[in-house]
Design a protein around this ligand. Structure first.
Ligand code: BJW
Ligand code: ZN
Length: 258
């Protein structure tokens, strides 16, 4: 480990220890070490389609079978993945500290799975910790494109999306696509936590997609500090108090001391 990284880890660790209130924002990079592909960059492609071309209501309207197939592929891929040491460290942080809000843009459910496992390990904790705030939804659920009825993700072998059992409109994954609004109560709770936080820990996001990308800026505007964990620079890097150039599975367990 470079001297700059180990020094940064020590400073970030102290900052977190001293903070009264912490918000954590995670993105696809946190699940990369579990084998879940990120969205942007050379590997963020599926059959030559960019996620930006598939994660839209227009794409679903134009070609529901194509979009459905992409989500079924991702569901089967995620089913084979397990939380990594980055998820586990964040689960311990959330379970063992007061005044911490974990916000994720990820739809893969790996934070939940890590939290359940860590809670079971730390005897006496609730087996169903009520976190994180999943601002872009959850891939393990479907939602009716007509009436909004939610169900567990369909597992049928049919090539396209099945009809809703109530109104017969097509089911779709219960995620937030480009141009769609986020659930106001979920993003509202995240914005409130970010505005009240002394420290915003941001890990594994390109910090490009709004309104989630605005959360660290709310902390900064209110006088708090940002700690960023990412192997690459992002638009947030220049504003971060501490920028840790490394993988979250390596860095997060080192800055989060039990
Ligand atoms: C590692 C690592 C390792 C790799 N360790 N790190 C304001 C300004 C400008 C634009 C807008 C704005 N407000 C709204 C917009 C429009 C749009 C937007 O933001 N566009 C920008 C791209 C310009 N936003 C929206 O449309 C949102 N809706 C909205 O705002 O409604 C109101 C409205 C409506 C209409 C018009 C205007 C306003 C909705 C956004 C929904 C995003 N949905 C997706 C798909 C979710 C479902 C699914 O999974 O299929 O969410 S897109 C995709 O991007 C996904 C992600 O959650 C999201 C963010 O990506 P993330 O997590 O940052 O991943 P990557 O791949 O980008 O980055 C990975 C990072 O990890 C990289 O930095 C790597 O270096 C790093 N890394 N290995 C640590 N081991
Ligand atoms: Zn319906």
């Amino acid at each position: 480990m470079s001297e700059a990284l180990s020094d940064g880890i020590a400073r970030a660790s102290s900052l977190l220890d001293e903070a009264e209130s912490v918000v954590v924002l995670t993105g696809a990079g946190v699940s990369a070490e579990s084998g879940v592909p990120t969205f942007r960059g050379d590997e963020g492609l599926w059959r030559s389609y960019r996620p930006e071309e598939l994660a839209t209501p227009e794409a679903f309207e134009r070609d529901p079978v194509l979009v459905w197939e992409w989500y079924q592929w991702r569901r089967s891929l995620i089913a084979d993945c397990a939380p990594n040491p980055g998820h586990q460290a964040l689960a311990r942080l959330a379970l063992l500290r007061e005044r911490i809000t974990l916000v994720t843009q990820n739809v893969d459910g790996l934070h939940h799975r890590a939290a359940r496992a860590e809670a079971a390990r730390l005897a006496g904790q609730s087996p169903e910790p009520a976190f994180p705030l999943e601002v872009h939804g959850a891939i393990h659920r479907d939602r009716c494109s007509g009436c909004g009825h939610r169900t567990d993700a369909a597992t049928g072998e049919e090539p396209g999306p099945p009809p809703c059992s109530i109104c017969r409109a097509l089911l779709r994954p219960d995620v937030v696509w480009f141009g769609e609004t986020l659930d106001p109560s979920v993003i509202g709770a995240a914005q409130e936590a970010a505005s009240a936080a002394d420290v915003c820990l941001v890990a594994g996001t390109s910090a490009l997609v709004h309104p989630a990308a605005g959360l660290p800026w709310l902390t900064i505007r209110a006088g708090g500090a940002v700690v960023e964990v990412n192997p690459d620079e992002t638009p947030l890097t220049g504003a971060a108090e501490i920028s840790l150039r490394g993988r979250s599975g390596h860095v997060l367990p080192r800055i989060i001391r039990d």
